[in-house]
Design a protein around this ligand. Structure first.
Ligand code: ADP
Ligand code: ZN
Length: 620
């Protein structure tokens, strides 16, 4: 039974592919572009495959070598990603290995031996290792005919994650003229796509561009008022489930993780400043389901991987929609409903802008190049901000940003379409109060001070300037400071107030502010608090007929197996498969084999234990 995400999947018309897919993976369908990508590989044609995270790219390069008995090479940027894939492949008995810096001499030698003996179907390797060693000679001797380049956008500086070491992959074409190259990425812009094809000298590649919408993700944008309180509230909807919380700084990840832990959640911080062993421990604990929540920096989310992530929460603004799509892409990779919440404050836009300028200034690029970098950074930021501010369907906004029209009227899976976003009553009057206060302090003060005056706060700064005597003092006394600042930022977002640049930005009025004051322009503000999240239809469908008790027992069993084997739990079985089992309640091996995700290897390894669990016996 296919999972809900695979409704568009199609039966396989090629018997060889169908056989391999069923026997090894326990899948009976391919997603539309998968079959074309696999066909291109088997036909010996270069390809460029663009699919969103979770779209199913890996199967496209994992399956072909099993059909032809070849050894293929996968270039991947991160050790953690390679290890996860090798673990997942091991669980289905697939002969794969990775060569990376984390291996001992002996492990490396063993992998090379296996490679030379033709025992491996896939070898994962980082780009710098591929080009800088005698490995190329070995690969040539083994007769490698196919290279898959994962995260291929890293080769382009138009992408959002340029890695200079990817540039060296250009030599593959010359060095292996008979081999085919297959580029995979989740970054869709045509400029990046063309750049990938050019840099790798792809020959008339099959261009397979997937659908960017992720129907199983529920998107919400919530005005940020109190990071910790809002984070706790939202995590409350996901007790015992895998969640990733993104923060803007290392310090922030530690602060928030500590607060979550003291609230009784199994949470840990994760950022580039931690030592690798510590990071590895957190990664492992998350993979083995001994912790539920990882609090990570946006700059360093890769490597924390689990297919059953049910919540991705951004407590700060990502710097581009590309980054947002990639980070939220880590939610619901199993195709089941998952939630993506962005806590938004336009204050983040200003911090990012300053950061973009600073890092350009500090780079040793030419002035013109620096300007380009800043312009591109600012452009990306503004797209992100427009997404957060707009009161329109999030699925539609994301799809269109990635160049794909969105057909449905209402997605049924975002805060806007679910009717959760509430307007603030009397928004125009509130805006007038704020704007007149900015005028009263003579456009010489920043957000904090203006809000203190509006709230009638008795602070040193207010007294020093005699602002308690202003007519606008205390006009919004009912608000707390966070709410007030949030409303000011909403006005800034809508260009109804302006803010000067520089180190100590001050609020100023513009043409539109005057229109609001004169009453010729109406204002819409949203209530700055988390709306009540509704249950979506898709989520209900995902649970249809699932015996929840059995599902929880299966999860517990999975955790034990993962612990005993030292492997990520989702590589043992993913949630979609466990729900299928808890729905079908198979009573014999043949029935179990019909459940999604159960192939021959898993049946042999776990069949007896699962049938015991289903029958209510202790699997021992
Ligand atoms: P990507 O690499 O594009 O981010 P993955 O390759 O990790 O995505 O696939 C995402 C999920 O979809 C995995 O859990 C995988 O098992 C599942 N999947 C991929 N192809 C199929 C298929 N044809 N049928 C069922 N599940 C699939
Ligand atoms: Zn919508």
């Amino acid at each position: 039974m296919p999972g809900p995400a695979d409704t568009s999947a199609i039966p396989v018309d090629d018997a060889r592919i169908a056989e391999v897919l069923g026997r090894w993976w326990g899948f009976d369908r391919l997603r539309p572009l998968q079959s074309e990508a696999i066909r291109a590989a088997l036909d010996g044609r270069d390809s460029l495959v663009v699919m969103p995270t979770g779209g199913g790219k890996s199967l496209c390069y994992q399956l072909p070598p099993l059909v032809g008995g070849t050894t293929d090479v996968v270039v991947s940027p991160l050790v953690a990603l390679m290890k996860d894939q090798v673990d997942a492949l091991e669980a289905i008995g697939y002969p794969a290995a990775a060569l990376h810096s984390g291996l001992s001499q002996e492990e490396r030698a063993r992998t090379r031996d296996q490679l030379a003996a033709g025992e491996l179907r896939l070898l994962f390797v980082a780009p710098e290792r591929l080009v800088n060693s005698g490995l190329l000679d070995l690969l040539a001797r083994v007769g490698v005919k196919r290279f898959a380049i994962d995260e291929a956008h890293c080769i382009s500086h138009w992408g959002h994650d340029f890695r200079p070491e990817y540039r060296q992959l250009a030599m593959l074409r010359d060095r292996f003229p008979a081999a085919t190259l297959h580029a995979f990425t989740a970054t869709a812009t045509p400029r990046v796509r063309d750049d990938i094809a050019r840099q790798l000298s792809l020959r008339d590649p099959a261009q397979l561009i997937g659908t960017f919408d992720r129907p199983n993700l529920v998107y919400r944008v919530v005005a940020r008022t109190d990071r910790v309180a809002q984070t706790l509230e939202i995590l409350g909807r996901h007790r015992g489930e895998a969640s990733i919380v993104y923060c803007i700084s290392r310090k922030e990840t530690e602060r928030i993780a500590a607060r979550l832990a003291s609230a009784g959640l199994l949470a840990r911080p994760y950022h580039a400043g931690l030592d690798p062993a510590e990071r590895r421990r957190t990664q492992d604990a998350f993979a083995k389901e001994t912790i539920d929540v990882v609090v990570a920096t946006v700059a360093f989310g890769m490597g924390i991987d689990r297919s059953d992530v049910r919540l991705v929460l951004h407590t700060a603004l990502p710097k581009s929609l590309e980054a947002y799509q990639q980070e939220t892409g880590r939610a619901g990779r199993d195709g089941l409903t998952a939630e993506c919440v962005l806590l938004y404050s336009s204050a983040d836009v200003f911090s990012w802008e300053a950061l973009v300028r600073k890092s350009a200034d500090e780079s040793d690029l030419e002035a013109a190049e620096r300007e380009k970098l800043v312009a591109s950074g600012v452009e990306h930021l503004h797209a992100m901000r427009r997404y957060a501010q707009a009161a329109r369907c999030r699925h539609a906004a994301l799809s269109e940003y990635f160049g794909q029209p969105y057909e449905a009227e209402a997605c049924g899976a975002c805060d806007v379409c679910l009717g959760e976003t509430a307007g603030l009553p009397d928004a125009t009057v509130t805006a007038q109060k704020i704007i007149s206060c900015v005028a009263r302090v003579e456009e010489r003060f920043g957000v904090r001070h203006v809000c203190e005056v509006l709230r009638g706060a008795n602070t040193e700064g207010v007294r020093r300037h005699g602002h308690e005597r202003l007519s606008t003092f205390g006009l919004l006394a009912e608000l707390d400071q966070r709410m007030a600042e949030n409303l000011v930022h909403q006005l800034l977002d809508q260009d109804l107030l302006a803010r000067s640049g520089g180190d100590r930005p001050v609020l100023t009025l513009n043409q539109r502010s005057w229109e609001v004051l004169r009453g010729t322009r109406q204002v819409v503000l949203v209530e700055p608090r988390a709306g009540k999240a509704r249950t979506t239809k898709a989520d209900a469908d995902d649970w249809q007929d699932v015996d929840r008790d059995l599902f929880e027992r299966l999860r517990k069993w999975r955790r034990r197996v993962a612990e005993a084997r030292g492997k990520p739990a989702w590589t043992i079985f993913d949630d979609t498969s466990l729900r299928a089992i808890a729905r079908e309640k198979p009573d014999c091996p043949a029935a179990l084999l019909r459940c999604r995700g159960v192939g021959e290897k898993r049946l042999a390894d776990f069949g007896a234990a699962i049938l015991d669990l289903v029958a209510g016996r202790d699997p021992g």
